[in-house]
Design a protein around this ligand. Structure first.
Ligand SMILES: [Fe+2]
Ligand SMILES: [Fe+2]
Length: 326
């Protein structure tokens, strides 16, 4: 070794070392996230076409489509801005890696609704739907409030905004596919929602945990002030969400039960953040059909009958030179 090579230079860039993990939760989360990997294109949504055409009224199809358009906007926000804004506040290199994984999966989520649309709707219907969501006042307001904190908030505020979006605001939309799943209709599209829900449950827990690490470092007074801000934000979002729910669900008559479901999930979001629940609603108040659907434990995969229509992992083989003969 030459004299020059023996020189020790100050380190300015660290190689990520997964054998020296500072926070075991990072490693656990990475393993959980990667074990849940899925792709929208592997779920046979076309099997829902008969239900869509024969068992849903035009009003139900309209509500269903708008719900999915709303969810598309939220997952777009998560994949393009939400997680990207939080990655810079990572405490460990392994946390950054987890966020990289989450960003990719959010892009899969956002794309998966388009897979459902392309199966069920015509191109002009899809275009109309995207115009609707991109100009809907309540959808835009909720995206604007949340994104304001992604762009300008502190590390803790960004995490609260993200957990509120994922554990609370998503559920005004998730209600519909879960309701149909509970009634044994549109079960393949619901399978996509269950896969998304399973991911969001990990994201909410993980980001909530990272939030609590930072929150616990605050003084009592700072915690009190922060808590006030947090509950104010929740009220502001709930107020907007009530109007969105009324717009979406008044005609089908589900408004009140969706609001109950929302309040129940708002409490869960607060729980993820280590805070006390705000609303009196519990699981017992939610429509049991929807609670059945929400169970994120995976049903058995049954490829042949698709009775248990959970996601099937593809078989993997090593690539050969032939694979490049296109
Ligand atoms: Fe997502
Ligand atoms: Fe997420």
């Amino acid at each position: 070794m030459s004299e020059q090579e023996k020189l020790i230079v100050p380190t300015y860039y660290h190689a990520i070392n997964w054998n020296n993990v500072e926070d075991a939760i990072d490693k656990y989360t990475w393993e959980k996230l990667t074990s849940q990997f899925w792709l929208d294109t592997r779920v046979p949504v076309s099997n829902d076409l008969d239900d869509w055409r024969e068992k849903l009224s035009p009003l139900e199809r309209d509500t269903y489509s708008k719900v999915f358009a709303g969810l598309t906007l939220l997952d777009t926000l998560q994949s393009q801005d939400g997680n990207l804004s939080m990655i810079e506040d990572s405490r460990t290199p392994q946390e950054r890696a987890c966020f990289n994984n989450i960003i990719f999966m959010e892009a899969v989520h956002a794309k998966s609704y388009s897979t459902v649309f392309s199966t069920l709707l015509s191109k002009s219907e899809i275009d109309t739907l995207f115009d609707w969501v991109d100009t809907n006042v309540y959808m835009q307001k909720k995206a604007e409030i949340v994104n304001h904190y992604y762009q300008n908030g502190t590390a803790l505020q960004k995490k609260v905004a993200s957990v509120f979006l994922e554990t609370f605001l998503f559920y005004s939309g998730f209600y519909t596919p879960l309701w149909y799943l509970g009634n044994n209709r549109m079960i393949n599209a619901a399978e996509i929602i269950k896969l998304i829900l399973r991911d969001e449950s990990v994201h909410g827990t993980y980001i909530g945990y990272k939030f609590q690490l930072g929150f616990n470092e605050l003084s009592e007074k700072e915690q009190e002030d922060f808590r006030n801000w947090m509950y104010d934000l929740l009220y502001q979002l709930y107020d907007n969400e009530e109007k969105y729910v009324e717009l979406l669900y008044d005609e089908v008559g589900w408004t009140e039960e969706v609001k109950t479901f929302l309040r129940y999930n708002a409490n869960k979001a607060l729980m993820n953040l280590g805070q006390d629940p705000l609303f009196p609603d519990t699981a017992a108040d939610v429509n049991p059909v929807v609670m059945n659907g929400i169970s994120t434990s995976s049903s058995n995969h049954d490829f042949f009958s698709q009775v248990g229509n959970s996601y099937l992992l593809g078989e993997v083989e090593v690539m050969s030179d032939d694979d490049y003969d296109i």
